[in-house]
Design a protein around this ligand. Structure first.
Ligand code: GLN
Length: 541
C-alpha cells in the first residue's frame, strides 16, 4: 500500500504548491522510494490544451500525448522521469467520465451526485495513479485555494480518502502564506490561522504546514502557528523566497522534512542522496560566464507561457557553467527599419513554438538575421517552420513562401497542414501529440548533437514541412536530418554553411531535466558561448 500526501493551498494562489510537491517528491525519490505526483485541477476544461497559455501558463505535453498543467513540467524536471495523463486530472475530465458511466447505465438508476459519485471518481484516480506507477509514495496536489467553490469536491474526496485509509498512511500538507508587514518588520500569522480554519471546516486537519514568505520564518513565529493551528512545531516549515526553485528540496531537507514525514507515515527514513543536486545548485549560483539569448516571441510579459523552454535553457547553462540571460524580443517590432540589427547583442536566437500569424514576419526577419550573420539559432516547432519559410523566400527565391496556417491560399505552401489534420474541426486534444519516433541521418549536425540515430521526442502541432518543397530547399543547402520513419514527416531541419542553425518540429524542452539537460539545448548554449567568445569585444578582454 502506498503512502499518500495531499498538498492543499491557502490564503492565495501562486504560492508554489507545484514546487513544494516536486520538492517532497525529489527528497523521497533521493531516498530510493518510488514516487509519483498527481495534480487535480478544479476547472471545467477537459484538459489544459484548450487554455490560453498567456493566461494560464504553458501547456505541458507528456509522452502519451496528454496536454497538461505546467506543474507536470515541474514534477518531471524534479523527479527526472516521465509522467502520463493519469498524473493530471481536471474537474472537466472527471465529469466527462462520470457522465459517460451514467449514459452507459453503470449507476443502475441511482441519482448521480457530487457526493458520492464524483468523489468516488476522484478517489479512484488517486488509487489508479499509485497502482499504474507502482509507487511507494503518491503525492496529490489539489489545485486552487481552500475556500474556492471549485475545490470543494476534491477536499471532500480527500477527506473521505483519509478516513478510509489507516491514519498513518495519509498526510495532509497545507501550504499557506505568511505576509511580512514591512512597516513593523513583522511576519503575520493570521491569514494562515484563517486558512487552516477554512480547511478544518471541510473536515481536514492538516498534519504539516508549509509557510511561504518573503523571508525565513523564525522559530517563535512557527511556534505561534503550531499553537493556533494545532500542529506540532516540528511540522511547521519555513519556505522563504529562494534564488531558484531547485534550492527548495535542499531547504526542506535541511529542516528535517523527510524524517518528520517518515515518522508520520510510520516508515523508516533513509539518507537522501542529494549530492549531485546540491552540486548543480552551487554551479547555478556561481556561473563562470554569461550567454545572452534573444527569445523571439509574440508576447513578452508572461514568461510562464514558455516555462519549459526557460528551464531547459537554464539546465544547459548549468551544465556549461554559464548564466543564461533570456531576453524577450517582441517579434512584432522586428519588421520596423533598423530593429532587427539590434539582435546583434545576443549570442543566440531562439524562436519557440506558437500559433497564429501575428508576429510571424518579425520572426522570419530574426531567422534571416541569424542565418546571414551566423548567429546560433534554435527553432522549436513554429521556429522550424519560420526558419524554413525564411530560407525558401530569401535563398530559394520563393518570394511568396508561407505556411497555410497564416495564408491558407498561399501559392508556395512550404509549410502545410498535415494530411491527417485537414478535416479535423474539434480543437481539444486533436493535434499531433506526444512522443513520436525520429530517425537521424549520420554526418549531420543533429547526429553530432544526439550521437544516435533513433530518438523519441514530444509533439504538439498541426502543420508540417511540405515534402514537395524538400528538393528545392535541399538544393540550396537545407538538410532534413531527422525524419519520422512511419509518417515520412520532417522532424529536424538544419542550414549548412552556418555553424548552428537548427529547427525541430517537436518540443525538446519537455524532456529537459535539472539533472539531465537536453542535448539540443546543451548544444545550443555551447554554440552560443562559442559565438560570444568570438565576438570582437570578447577578444579585447
Ligand atoms: N502553429 C504551428 C502548428 O500547428 C506550430 C505549433 C507549435 O509551435 N507548437 O504546426
Amino acid at each position: 500500500m502506498p503512502k499518500y500526501v495531499f498538498v492543499t493551498g491557502g490564503v492565495m494562489s501562486s504560492l508554489g504548491k507545484g514546487i513544494v510537491s516536486s520538492s517532497i517528491g525529489k527528497i523521497f525519490e533521493a531516498m530510493g522510494f518510488e514516487v509519483t505526483i498527481l495534480k487535480f485541477d478544479p476547472y471545467l476544461n477537459v484538459d489544459a490544451g484548450s487554455q490560453n497559455p498567456y493566461q494560464h501558463g504553458e501547456v505541458f505535453v507528456t509522452d502519451d500525448g496528454a496536454e497538461t498543467d505546467l506543474d507536470l513540467g515541474h514534477y518531471e524536471r524534479f523527479l527526472g522521469k516521465p509522467l502520463s495523463k493519469a498524473n493530471n486530472v481536471t474537474t472537466g475530465s472527471l465529469y466527462q467520465a462520470v457522465l459517460a458511466k451514467e449514459r452507459r447505465g453503470d449507476f443502475l438508476g441511482a441519482t448521480v451526485q457530487i457526493i458520492p459519485h464524483l468523489t468516488q471518481e476522484i478517489k479512484s484516480r488517486i488509487v489508479q495513479v499509485g497502482e499504474l506507477t507502482k509507487s511507494d509514495i503518491v503525492i496529490v496536489e489539489i489545485g486552487g485555494t481552500v475556500g474556492d467553490i471549485e475545490s470543494q469536491p476534491f477536499l471532500e474526496a480527500i477527506r473521505q480518502f483519509g478516513s478510509e485509509q489507516k491514519p498513518e498512511d495519509v498526510i495532509y500538507f497545507h501550504l499557506t502564506y505568511v505576509p511580512l508587514l514591512r512597516i513593523t518588520g513583522e511576519l503575520k500569522t493570521k491569514p494562515t490561522q484563517h486558512s487552516v480554519q477554512e480547511l478544518r471546516r471541510t473536515g481536514i486537519k492538516p498534519h504539516v504546514i508549509g509557510c511561504r514568505s518573503e523571508v525565513p520564518i523564525s522559530k517563535d513565529v512557527r511556534a505561534k502557528i503550531a499553537l493556533f493551528c494545532d500542529v506540532d512545531l516540528e511540522h511547521v516549515y519555513s519556505l522563504p523566497d529562494l534564488d531558484t526553485v531547485y534550492k527548495e528540496p535542499l531547504y526542506l531537507d535541511e529542516q528535517g522534512l523527510a524524517s518528520q514525514m517518515a515518522k508520520l507515515w510510520n516508515i523508516l527514513p533513509r539518507q537522501a542522496d542529494l549530492i549531485n543536486w546540491k552540486k548543480l545548485v552551487s554551479t547555478y549560483m556561481a556561473p563562470k560566464n554569461t550567454v545572452k539569448i534573444g527569445m523571439i516571441g509574440k508576447y513578452t510579459k508572461l514568461s510562464d507561457a514558455y516555462l519549459s523552454v526557460n528551464e531547459a535553457l537554464k539546465h544547459a547553462g548549468i551544465a556549461t557553467e554559464n548564466k543564461v540571460e533570456i531576453e524577450w524580443v517582441d517579434a512584432e517590432t522586428l519588421t520596423a527599419p533598423g530593429e532587427v540589427e539590434k539582435l546583434s547583442k545576443y549570442d543566440g536566437l531562439l524562436v519557440p513554438g506558437g500559433f497564429g500569424y501575428r508576429g510571424i514576419e518579425g520572426k522570419i526577419e530574426a531567422a534571416r538575421y541569424a542565418r546571414e550573420n551566423k548567429i546560433p539559432y534554435l527553432g522549436l516547432c513554429l521556429g522550424l517552420q519560420v526558419m524554413t519559410i525564411e530560407f525558401a523566400r530569401h535563398v530559394c527565391g520563393l518570394k511568396n513562401a508561407n505556411s497555410t496556417e497564416f495564408v491558407p491560399e498561399t501559392p508556395e505552401p512550404v509549410v502545410d497542414t498535415m494530411a491527417s489534420q485537414k478535416f479535423i474541426t474539434d480543437k481539444g486534444g486533436t493535434m499531433r501529440l506526444g512522443s513520436q519516433p525520429c530517425v537521424i541521418e549520420e554526418g549531420t549536425l543533429a547526429y553530432s548533437i544526439y550521437n544516435t540515430n533513433k530518438i523519441q521526442e514530444r509533439h504538439r502541432h498541426r502543420l508540417e514541412i511540405n515534402n514537395e518543397y524538400k528538393p528545392v530547399l535541399q538544393e540550396k543547402g537545407m538538410v532534413f536530418s531527422g525524419i519520422n520513419p512511419t509518417l515520412n514527416l520532417v522532424e529536424i531541419g538544419e542550414i549548412t554553411n552556418h555553424p548552428f542553425m537548427i529547427g525541430v518540429q517537436y518540443h525538446p524542452e519537455f524532456k529537459s531535466r535539472f539533472e539531465t539537460p537536453h542535448p539540443l539545448f546543451l548544444a545550443f548554449i555551447k554554440a552560443a558561448s562559442g559565438f560570444r567568445n568570438k565576438k570582437p569585444e570578447q577578444k579585447l578582454i
